[in-house]
Design a protein around this ligand. Structure first.
Ligand code: ADP
Length: 192
């Protein structure tokens, strides 16, 4: 199985690149952000709980996202592989994912890290906010809080995956196609 983690701050282009990667390599896109927004749209209890945190730019509890990912792994047993986007976001989530995947004999093959400057991130998110309808994309304070959450809780994962020898770093600034070309090159190395 070709299991890949897309890793990078909010606004680094993970969702956009994930869509391109899944169609090129025939993989399944698992975005915890999208799953949570689907729960909100469906008006579930989980969605209501998640919305309160997401609207503040805070992470939702690990157990919630881990459970959602486990369900998706179970309902896609025939998959060629998965692209994890926005998950894992904490060391606890990363450990849980390793455990889930090892149990299924399909460990993570590689982690692609997108590098984007802080200035560019804020600019991209606020401009996405004009069309995405996402409350958390429209307010500079919330965006800042998401970046702080990323720096404190998510960035330590780089070390976690580097220790496992799985980290591949790519510059996430340039045109969408330029960046995907760089990512494909890394995926082709991972596949070998
Ligand atoms: P972005 O990458 O632009 O921040 P996402 O759609 O990935 O957008 O995430 C939006 C929000 O959903 C996050 O700010 C957080 O509140 C919540 N969220 C998404 N994925 C996770 C996760 N793995 N763990 C905790 N919270 C999450």
């Amino acid at each position: 199985m070709l299991n890949i983690v897309l890793f990078g701050p909010p606004g680094s282009g993970k969702g956009t690149q994930a869509e391109k990667i899944i169609s090129k390599y025939n993989l399944i896109h698992l975005s915890t952000g999208d799953m949570l927004r689907a729960e909100i749209t469906a008006g579930t209890k989980l969605g209501l709980e998640a919305k309160m945190l997401m609207d503040k730019g805070e992470l939702v509890p690990d157990q919630i996202v881990i459970g959602m990912i486990e369900n998706k792994l179970d309902s896609n047993k025939q998959a060629v592989g998965f692209v994890f986007d926005g998950f894992p976001r904490t060391v606890k989530q990363a450990e849980a994912l390793d455990e889930l995947l090892v149990k299924r004999n399909a460990p993570i093959k590689g982690v692609l890290r997108l590098y984007v400057s802080e200035e560019e991130l804020t600019k991209r998110i606020l401009s996405r906010g004009k069309t995405s309808g996402r409350a958390d994309d429209q307010n500079e304070e919330i965006v800042k809080n998401r970046v702080v959450e990323y720096r404190t809780k998510t960035e330590p994962l780089a070390k976690y995956y580097e220790t496992q020898g799985k980290l591949h770093q790519v510059v996430g600034e340039g045109s969408v196609d330029e960046i995907s070309a760089l990512l494909y090159k890394e995926i082709d190395k991972i596949k070998r």
